[in-house]
Design a binder for this molecule. Structure first.
Ligand code: HEM
Ligand SMILES: N[C@@H](CC(=O)c1ccccc1NC=O)C(=O)O
Length: 292
């Protein structure tokens, strides 16, 4: 059998060619490779600016930025899942949730980047953080709203940022990912319409578990006629478990790098983070398991 020809990539590029990878986005860009232009690396690599001379601060900044980008990607996938659920497109919703779980896996493993940060190293640059805290992340707060942890009070933080405030206020009013799944259960005849609406009517508050919803998931798991909804239940549970895992890894990372000191965001620190790990996401999907 003849060997396939191996050609090496080209080393010169057509500066006049059309396409996302070739058009210069700024004058300084004109000599950049198509790859650098496409990924906007000219901007990306200027965004890591430690405020101290402590070497470990760079990994803290990069971890934060990586997680923020992944929060944005996860929001995108969950929003697509909601849209598909509303259109009764179960395969579409499952595909988006599956992509989301992979994003969550990368988010969760990102904590490893802070695994070597000792309390001495962290204390050395922590003062430069001032009052900054991940608690102020609007992308993270949006994700919390999407999984049912709605808390109107927290919008106060964004009074100085009208666009962010508006986006989060809309998310408070809109159905959560779980609300959209429950609405599908209603259309498939396993949950009374009034029960699905009750969740929505709670509106801007934190999701409160209901007996009728647990009963509906019970039907999904036990009635062969509800068959394909089991796949949705399991995909939501995969998502929920990974949200909790992020909170647990955050807790462990904080315990390791600064112990029980109060947080820069004004909370008691570890004790506050611990409480968050104990809050189940999509609660009836967990409680129903004791009945099956
Ligand atoms: C050494 C590293 C870290 C420490 C010591 C730490 C500590 C804390 C503490 C104490 C809180 C509670 C709020 C406060 O009082 O500040 C908090 C909240 C938070 N942190 Fe971190 N954090 C670390 C890294 C990160 C990273 C890398 C992210 C990713 C962006 C992050 C995102 C968040 C978020 C989103 C919250 C709000 C959590 C919630 O609402 O449940 N943190 N963090
Ligand atoms: N709350 C943390 C600090 C913190 O989370 C933070 C501060 C500035 C920039 C990023 C941060 N963490 C994650 O985004 C602390 O108490 O040290």
């Amino acid at each position: 059998m003849s060997q396939p020809t191996v050609s090496t990539p080209k080393l010169a590029f057509d500066a006049t060619a059309e396409g996302a990878g070739t058009g210069a986005t700024s004058p300084e860009d004109s000599g950049a490779t198509p790859y650098e232009r496409y990924a906007r690396l000219d901007v990306l690599h200027t965004l890591q600016q430690p405020r101290s001379k402590v070497p470990a601060e760079l990994s803290f900044i990069v971890t934060t930025q990586v997680m923020e980008l992944l929060f944005g990607l996860l929001r995108h996938e969950w929003t697509l899942a909601q849209r598909a659920l509303r259109e009764d497109d179960l395969p579409g919703a499952l595909a988006a949730l599956r992509r989301g779980t992979h994003v969550q896996d990368v988010l969760n493993s990102s904590w490893d980047l802070l695994g070597t940060l000792t309390p001495v190293e962290f204390s050395a640059f922590r003062p430069v953080l001032g009052e900054a805290s991940g608690f102020q992340s609007s992308a993270f707060l949006h994700l919390e709203f999407l999984v049912g942890n709605k808390s109107p009070r927290l919008l106060e933080m964004y009074q100085g940022a009208p666009a962010v405030h508006q986006e989060l206020a809309a998310a408070l009013r809109a159905p959560t990912l779980y609300d959209d799944a429950l609405a599908l259960l209603t259309r498939r005849g396993v949950l009374a319409a009034q029960e699905a609406e009750e969740g929505d009517a709670a509106g801007a508050g934190r999701y409160r578990p209901r007996e009728a919803v647990q009963q509906a998931w019970h039907t999904v798991y036990t009635d062969p006629a509800a068959g394909e909804l089991v796949t949705l239940a399991e995909a939501l549970l995969d998502t929920a478990e990974r949200v909790t895992r992020w909170r647990q890894r955050h807790y462990a990372s904080v315990k390791r790098s600064m112990g029980a000191k109060p947080g820069t965001g004004g909370s008691s620190g570890l004790a506050w983070l611990k409480a968050a790990t104990e809050q189940d996401v999509f609660p009836e999907l967990w409680t129903v398991r004791g009945e099956l």
